[in-house]
Design a protein around this ligand. Structure first.
Ligand SMILES: Cc1ncc(COP(=O)(O)O)c(C=O)c1O
Length: 384
């Protein structure tokens, strides 16, 4: 194979990242704190809350997983509790529930956004309450950048007085009714992992609307050190702060975030146009104008009954033979061996999408040449 690999989503540097890293070296701020950490936090804050009307506070952390873990700690989740989680997601959405000795209760997707279904959510909550197991929190995920049905989910959450944790790991730059994803819950999280819309190589953030909550998160993320000249601890802490070097990458990446969103949305349009002439493939779009996705990854559903017998795996294997990466959608958590005994509420939507769904190369750094290769391969596979 001598064709260069086309990745699903690869890091895309803007250029200024190295300037911020050099500043950290010059000032010897080689630590999990420093001017880049503060600068990166205020860059994200300004992005999410341009007019400062929401009082957004951001704590830069070592990963999105760490941010979710701290969100659940701050909500008081403890051993024996239950936490509701969207089933179709990456394992990192659910693992922090298990870190705390709590049990995940998984809820199916709805078919418009592929995110947590408001009806199944309410069924789940009612049933858990009937068993005297009222959930401590609800984790909703904006999968592949598509906002979940925020109004509907918040309405159910409010009715039963259960806090929502917004997993916005994949959705920086997405909006719902004109407002940024990452600002809709008491605690929201972002990820800057290498495959995300912007990256710090590894990193994440916890977003809140209360400075005291941010301060508590930073306290817990820096080993919960009490205010004393010696090392004193009254709570269990974590080592979850973002390094000043990684934050330097993040500052450079924030300068190109809007361009990355635009480029990913253009990739999405490219696929919409391409599949217009192909039967049996549905491209997942925003359900209506309330939703604005960063289209971190473009998602398609392949119906083999309409493609002449070519199924999702046929297409994926065909692309792989052309050295083009594509991936099945996240395998739902209720189907994972590690979570098979956890409660699940649903009707099979996530299972069906796991069988038929495929994520296509969506990076902001893909070239016209890459798009030509992708187009040729897809047409060769599906128009044979
Ligand atoms: C939906 C979702 N939640 C959580 C995470 C965890 O983020 P991180 O990899 O930064 O820990 C990721 C990404 O990796 C994700 O895609």
């Amino acid at each position: 194979m001598n064709k260069e690999k086309i990745w699903l989503s690869s890091p895309h540097m803007g250029g200024n990242e190295i300037k911020y890293i050099n500043e950290a070296f010059d000032a010897n701020w080689i630590a999990p704190l420093g001017p880049n950490v503060n600068g990166f936090e205020s860059d994200i804050q300004n992005y999410l809350d341009g007019d400062n009307s929401k009082g957004i506070e951001v704590a830069a952390l070592s990963s999105g997983t760490a941010a979710l873990h701290l969100a659940l700690v701050l909500l008081g989740v403890e051993r024996g509790d239950e936490v509701i989680c969207q089933s179709m997601t990456f394992a990192a959405s659910a693992n922090p529930i298990a870190y705390l000795g709590a049990t995940p209760v998984f809820v199916d997707s709805e078919s418009d956004t592929l995110n947590i279904c408001p009806e199944q959510l309410e069924i789940a909550i009612k049933d858990r309450i009937a068993r005297s197991r009222k959930p401590k929190a609800i984790i909703g995920v904006h999968l592949y950048g598509m906002p979940y049905k925020i109004d509907e989910i918040n309405k159910v959450a409010k009715k039963y007085d259960i806090p929502v944790v917004e997993d916005s790991a994949e959705a920086l730059g997405s909006r719902y009714k004109g407002k940024n994803c990452g600002t809709f819950a008491e605690y929201s999280i972002l990820s800057f992992n290498g495959n995300k819309i912007i990256t710090t190589s590894g990193g994440g953030a916890l977003v809140t609307k209360d400075v005291a909550k941010k301060q508590k998160a930073v306290f817990l993320a820096t080993q919960a050190r009490d205010n004393a000249p010696h090392y004193q601890h009254s709570e269990i802490g974590y080592n979850y702060r973002l390094s000043n070097i990684s934050a330097g990458i993040g500052r450079g990446q924030m300068e190109v975030l809007d361009a990355h969103v635009e480029a990913r949305r253009e990739m999405f349009e490219f696929y919409v146009n391409l599949f217009q002439e192909i039967d049996g493939v549905k491209v997942f779009k925003e359900p209506n104008e309330d939703f604005y996705s960063n289209h971190w990854l473009t998602v398609i559903e392949v119906d083999e009954k309409l493609t002449g017998g070519i199924d999702r795996e046929d297409l994926r294997n065909f692309l792989e033979a052309e050295n083009i990466e594509s991936r099945p959608l996240w395998k739902p958590m209720h189907m994972q061996p590690i979570f098979k005994d956890c409660p699940f509420y649903g009707t099979g939507i996530a299972e069906n999408m796991f069988e038929k769904g495929l994520c296509l190369p969506s990076g902001s750094n893909l070239t016209d040449e890459d798009r030509d290769r992708i187009e040729r391969a897809i047409l060769d596979c599906l128009k044979k």
